[in-house]
Design a protein around this ligand. Structure first.
Ligand code: FES
Length: 318
C-alpha cells in the first residue's frame, strides 16, 4: 500500500535516514529528559531524549537545547519524530513549555499526514511528556504543585479497554475528545486501540460505547466503517468443522480481520499450510523484516485466530 505523504514528510524522512547534518536520529547520553512511548510489538516505538541548558537558580528556567529520538516504525513515525525534535530545538522551550506541543503541531509541521498515520504524531507527543516527567524527577520539580497534571499519570491507571494494546479508559476518553475522534477506524488510526483482534470494538464498555458516551450515538454509529465479517456468527462450532471448513474459516478471518491491519502498516501475511490446528504462516512486506515479527504472529495473528476460529489454534512461522 502506498501512502500519500507530503513532499515535506518524504524529504524529512530521507534526510533522517541518511543522517543529514541537522537531523536528530540518535540518543543523548546521560540525557536530562528520557521518555518512551509505544511498543515494538505494536509496530511503533519511540525513545525520546533531550538535553537542557540548566538554569542554576531555577530549574524551571532550564531550556531544551538538544533533542534526539530512536524510532522503530514507518516513514511517518520517523518523520514525526524529526518534526518533534525540530520544533523543540527551534522553539527554545523550557520542558514545561514543551508540554504545550501537540500532535497537531507535529502534523502541521509535516504538511499533513495520512489519516491512518496520525498515531505516529500522537506517539511523539506522548514520548515528550514522558521525557518531561523524567526531567522533573531529576531536577526536583514538582509538576503537580505547578498545576501541571501529566496525562500519562491518569492514564496509567484505569480499566483497560483494549487489551491487545493495553490502552485504558481514561486515555481513550481524553484522546477521543482532544483529537475529535468520531468512529472506531479513526480511533485505531490515531491510537492503535482496536487495531488487532477487534474484540474491544463493540464489547460492553468498549470503543463504540466510549464514542457514544462522548458524542451521542447518532453521531458515531452511522460513520463507523463496515465491521469485518464475523465467521463465528455464521459458521458451525469448531468441533463440527470439516478440515475444508476449518481452512475456509481461517482464510476468512485472515482476509477480514488480520490482513487489513497488517497492510495498514505496509505488511502482509501469507497462509502457507494447515495441519490439524496448526496454521503455518509467513509474514510479508514490511512485517517480514520487522524485529517484532514473531510477536506479531503470536500476539496478533494467533490471538485473533484463537478468538474467532478455535481456541486450540497454534500459529507457526515458516
Ligand atoms: S482488545 Fe482491542 S484490538 Fe484486541
Amino acid at each position: 500500500m502506498a501512502w500519500e505523504y507530503s513532499e515535506k514528510t518524504k524529504q524529512i524522512f530521507m534526510d533522517a535516514v541518511h543522517g543529514k547534518p541537522g537531523t536528530h536520529m540518535g540518543e543523548i547520553e546521560n540525557a536530562d529528559g528520557f521518555g518512551e512511548h509505544g511498543s515494538i510489538v505494536c509496530g511503533d516505538a519511540l525513545r525520546f531524549t533531550f538535553r537542557v541548558a540548566k538554569d542554576p537558580a531555577d530549574p524551571l528556567g532550564d531550556v531544551i537545547t538538544e533533542a534526539r529520538y530512536l524510532t522503530f516504525g514507518c516513514t511517518s513515525a520517523i518523520a514525526a519524530s524529526e518534526a518533534l525534535c525540530a520544533i523543540i530545538e527551534h522553539g527554545r522551550y523550557t520542558p514545561v513549555q514543551a508540554l504545550k506541543i501537540t500532535n497537531r503541531d507535529i502534523v502541521d509541521f509535516l504538511g499533513g499526514l495520512p489519516s491512518q498515520k496520525i498515531h505516529c504524531s500522537v506517539m511523539g507527543a506522548e514520548a515528550l511528556e514522558a521525557a518531561v516527567f523524567n526531567w522533573s524527577v531529576k531536577r526536583g520539580v514538582n509538576l503537580d504543585a505547578l498545576g501541571v497534571r501529566l496525562r500519562m499519570k491518569d492514564e496509567d491507571e484505569g480499566r483497560i479497554v483494549c487489551k491487545c494494546f493495553t490502552i485504558t479508559e481514561p486515555y481513550l476518553r481524553r484522546r477521543i475528545r482532544e483529537l475529535n475522534l468520531r468512529t472506531i477506524p479513526e480511533i485505531t488510526a490515531a491510537l492503535k486501540a482496536g487495531g488487532a483482534c477487534a474484540s474491544c470494538h463493540h464489547a460492553p464498555g468498549g470503543l463504540q460505547d466510549l464514542l457514544d458516551e462522548t458524542w451521542g450515538r447518532a453521531d458515531t454509529v452511522v460513520k463507523d466503517a463496515p465491521r469485518p465479517p464475523d465467521p463465528v456468527a455464521t459458521a458451525p462450532a469448531p468441533a463440527d468443522l470439516s478440515p475444508f471448513q476449518f481452512m475456509r474459516r481461517v482464510e476468512q478471518v485472515i482476509e477480514g480481520a488480520i490482513r487489513p491491519l497488517l497492510q495498514a502498516d505496509g505488511g502482509d501475511l501469507e497462509l502457507v499450510d494447515i495441519k490439524d490446528r496448526i496454521v503455518y504462516c509467513r509474514l510479508a512486506g514490511a512485517c517480514a523484516g520487522c524485529a517484532g515479527a514473531q510477536m506479531t504472529l503470536k500476539m496478533m495473528v494467533e490471538r485473533t485466530l484463537k478468538e474467532q476460529v478455535d481456541e486450540r489454534i497454534r500459529v507457526v512461522a515458516v
